[in-house]
Every structure is written in C-alpha cells, then in structure tokens.
Design a protein around this ligand. Structure first.
Ligand code: GDP
Ligand code: GDP
Length: 454
C-alpha cells in the first residue's frame, strides 16, 4: 500500500494578497462531520489562515487563501453548522447551490466509512447540474480496507472518488494536484456580473421588418460595426445604444445582407436562427401583425423555446392594423401563443416608431427574469404551503411527497423537485404555473423537473 503523507512544506498560506486580482475559488462542500474542516486545515497547512467572513451570503462561510506548488487560490469552507439543526437537507442543498455559483472548482467531501447518504445524493445531483468541475473526495480512508468503501462512491455519478484521509494527510497532496489541474486560468465571473453588452438575436421570417427595425433602433450614426475575429464576411454584430445601455445585436449582417436565397431556404434559415440564438441571451421574434401568423413564425418561436433563451415577441406593422380589428387580433394572438404565455409582447411599428420605447424595457425585464434566482428557503416555504393547500394526486394508493426543491440553475431558471414518488404531469405544470405567479419570470422560460427517490 501507498501510505504517503502530504508534504506540508509545499503548502503555504499567503498572509496578505499583494494585488487585487481575483483568485480562483475552491469550495469545500459536504454533510456535517464528513471532515470538511479537517480537510481545509490540511489544505491551508494547519496554520491559522487569514480568515475573513464573506458578507451577505452565509454566516458560516469562511474563506482562506492557499498556495499549492506556487499556485494561489481561495478556499471556501462551507461547513460549520449544527448537524441537529432542522431542515438540514435544505441547508445542504443551499450550500451546494451557493458553492456551485461561486466556485471555480468544487471539492465534494463524502465520508467513505459511511457511504453515500440521501443528502450526498442530493448534493451530488445539484453539483452535477452546475457544470463546474467537481472533485469527489472520499474522506476518512485511513487505511487500505476502507479504500474499497471509497470505490463504492462511483455510484454518485461524479467520476472517480479520490480517497484521502484528511486527518492523517494520506493522499491529500494528490488531491491538491487534481484540484490544481481543474483550476481555470482566470476565475469565473462572479454571479450577476455580466461580461459586455447584453446579446440580442433579432429573428423573424423574411419581410417582417427586421432591417427596418434595426435601422430605426440604430439611427443614423450610432452604429458600430464589430467584425468577429477570424471572419472577414460574416457574422457581424452591431453594437447599438438604447436607453443608457449598449446592446449587441448578433448576426445583423445576415439581416442586412438581404440574403433572400438563404433566408428562403428553411434549412439554412433554421441553422442561422440557431446560431444566432447560441450567441445570444434574449431573442426578439418579429411577427407581421398585418398578416395571419404562419407556420414559419411558430417554427421560429419553437427554436427560441428549444434554446432556453429569454424572449420578447414583437408584433410589427401595427400601423397597418385597423383600430377596430386590434382587439380581435390581440385575442387571436393570445390563442396562437398559448404555448408561450410567458413571452413578453409588444406591438410596434418600425415604420412610424410606434411603441419603440417599450421594446427596451421588455428586453430588460426578460433578461432580468432569465437570471433570477429564488432562494431555496423561499422556494421551499412556498412549496410547503402550496402542497399543503393542494396535495399531489394519489397514485396507486400512495401519496407522493415533495421532500424539498431547489433552483438548480439560472439562464434559464431550472427547478428540481426531490420527491418520494411520481408527480403527474398536470401537477408538475400546476407547480410551474404557481411558481411563475409567485416569483415572476415574465419573458423567460422556466423548467421544473423531478428527481424521485428510489
Ligand atoms: P465537518 O463537519 O465536515 O467540517 O467535519 P470535521 O472536519 O469537523 O470532522 C468531523 C470528525 O471527523 C472529526 O472528529 C474529525 O477528527 C474526523 N475526521 C476528519 N477527517 C478524518 C479522517 O480522515 N479520518 C478519520 N478517521 N476521522 C476524520
Ligand atoms: P426583413 O426582411 O425582415 O428585414 O424586412 P424589411 O425591414 O426589409 O421590411 C419588409 C417590408 O416591410 C419593407 O417594405 C418595409 O418598409 C416594410 N415595413 C417594415 N416595418 C414596417 C412597419 O412597421 N409598418 C409598415 N407599414 N411597413 C413596414
């Protein structure tokens, strides 16, 4: 067996941060008593570290600066609450979620002598969805016998369990090497900190008025053409100032070039639309209000839904709609958009400029909804009341329970319900509807999925 202790001399706690460059963040996540604090001490070399409270998020969390093989990073210890506290699953889920948001790398600690518990499974599935690198750590592997128990943790679906003994230092150097490998060159942008202007895809079938709208929005001089690196022809975006913000309209070259041939061909049009959506955060789907809604309009809307982007549906050429027809047209539109009642709608005229001032607030609202996060505690309090008032229908004699819920991601918002049994689709849709009513989300798709405990 290999009984190497970590060489603690290689570990160094930096007393003071010389410059203010943000360091990559490593979060330590796990149930109480799995050995998180012990591991953190091991990582920072047992010496009392520069300890600072991170204000505003969790009282319990402390950050330390560490240095391994010359690479500096911040360690966030997410542990430290009373294991007997009520709502522990909730706290753990919340902790995992915060870690997933904030960290560049997550070290998920499981007690190998205990094995994967329900709470571990919950944390595991939240972390899996985070898209962040997760290093599964099997702690308390003090000797070779327990190594077998560590291997059982493959079942968590988080890849190889790294067996360590935080207490004795066994393999903790190897673990740090793995952490180092996973660290990004530059730290992830902190949550809510948007890089550059918001990106908009302006979509719609030919002749709905895309170029006209673009011209109207861009005005005469305020257009900056921004060729993408490495391409001479297309796509080209335009940076347009609207209100007090700059917006990036993606692939406007495709709109301006009047490439009727390509636009006419469904296949290429769909490809182009997909590509624009990939590069954007919010879509404006332009529809010609003076004509009946077509299959092609609905297909474009479907592509936006598929993409998970925020959406504003703009009915253009409203100037061509007779006063007395407007009311009926609105009702007709309601019926047509029954699949996307959440989409924000504006009735505009690119020709006359009618209601152009409503477009930007709609875009802003949609983007805001798209990045909204409902705190886990609020979500669970809300669901507890909801389920109490309207319990899920009984299935084969059993009443499925919602054990708890969490918002697994934003952009778009995705919710996961951890349940003790299958929830009928109608009930899940009911919950989705009520979540929208309670928390907003206008202009953004949301997703509600279930994880059933076997
Ligand atoms: P936390 O609540 O996750 O921060 O866990 P602690 O670091 O406070 O550890 C909980 C208990 O497990 C303590 O009694 C530790 O001494 C013990 N412990 C931590 N790591 C190991 C280990 O590698 N092996 C053994 N046998 N015990 C450990
Ligand atoms: P695109 O193919 O989607 O880029 O559409 P265009 O911007 O080229 O517009 C197609 C036609 O619709 C042109 O003749 C425009 O003048 C006209 N058009 C665009 N917006 C409006 C509008 O709001 N009202 C009216 N009446 N015509 C419009």
């Amino acid at each position: 067996g290999n009984w190497v202790e970590a060489d603690l001399d290689e570990l160094d706690v930096t007393e003071e941060t010389a410059d203010s460059t943000p360091l990559p963040v490593v979060a330590i996540v796990g149930r109480p008593n799995v050995g998180k604090s012990t591991l953190v001490n091991r990582i920072i070399g047992r010496r009392e570290a520069v300890v600072e409270d991170v204000p505003g998020v969790t009282r319990d969390r402390v950050t330390y600066e560490a240095n391994w093989r010359g690479r500096r990073f911040t360690v966030v210890d997410t542990g430290g609450w009373d294991p007997d506290a009520t709502g522990m699953n909730l706290r753990i889920a919340e902790q995992a979620q915060i870690a997933a948001e904030l960290a560049d790398v997550i070290v998920f600690v499981v007690d190998a002598t205990v094995g994967a518990t329900d709470a571990d499974e919950i944390v595991g599935s939240i972390l899996r969805q985070s898209g962040k690198p997760v290093i599964l750590t099997a702690n308390k592997v003090d000797n070779q016998q327990i190594e077998m128990e560590a291997a059982a943790l493959w079942s968590l679906g988080l890849g190889e369990p790294h067996a360590v003994s935080a207490l004795h230092g066994r393999s903790s150097g190897d673990l740090l090497d793995v952490v180092l490998e996973a660290l990004p060159e530059t730290p992830a942008v902190t949550f809510g900190d948007k890089r550059g202007p918001a990106r908009v895809a302006l979509l719609g079938k030919p002749n709905v008025g895309k170029s006209s709208l673009l011209n109207k929005l861009a005005g005469q001089e305020r257009v900056l053409v921004d060729p993408m690196a490495g391409t001479t022809r297309d796509p080209v975006d335009e940076l347009i100032e609207l209100g007090d913000k700059t917006w990036r309209f993606v692939d406007t070259a495709g709109i301006r070039r009047r490439d009727r041939e390509l636009q006419g061909a469904d296949f290429y049009a769909a490809m182009r639309t997909r590509a624009a959506l990939d590069r954007s955060e919010v879509a404006i789907v332009l529809i010609d209000a003076s004509e009946p809604l077509t299959e092609q309009d609905l297909r474009i809307i479907s592509l936006v839904i598929e993409s998970g982007r925020a959406m504003v549906v703009a009915f253009n050429k409203w100037d061509l709609v007779d006063e007395d027809r407007r009311y009926y047209l609105e009702r007709e539109i309601d019926r047509q958009l029954v699949r996307t009642p959440w989409a924000l709608r504006v009735n505009i005229s690119a020709l006359t400029g009618r209601h152009m001032d409503r477009l930007v607030p709609a875009l802003e609202k949609a983007l805001d909804s798209w990045s909204t996060r409902v705190p886990t505690s609020r979500l669970n309090a809300f669901l507890t009341d909801l389920v109490h008032a309207t319990p899920p229908p009984v299935r084969s004699g059993k009443q499925p329970k919602i054990l708890f819920a969490t918002q697994a991601s934003t952009e778009p918002p995705k919710f996961v319900l951890f349940t003790s049994g299958w929830l009928e689709d109608t009930y899940r849709r009911f919950i989705e509807r009520r979540i929208r009513e309670e928390f907003g989300f206008a202009g953004s798709p949301i997703e509600v999925t279930m994880k059933i405990r076997e």
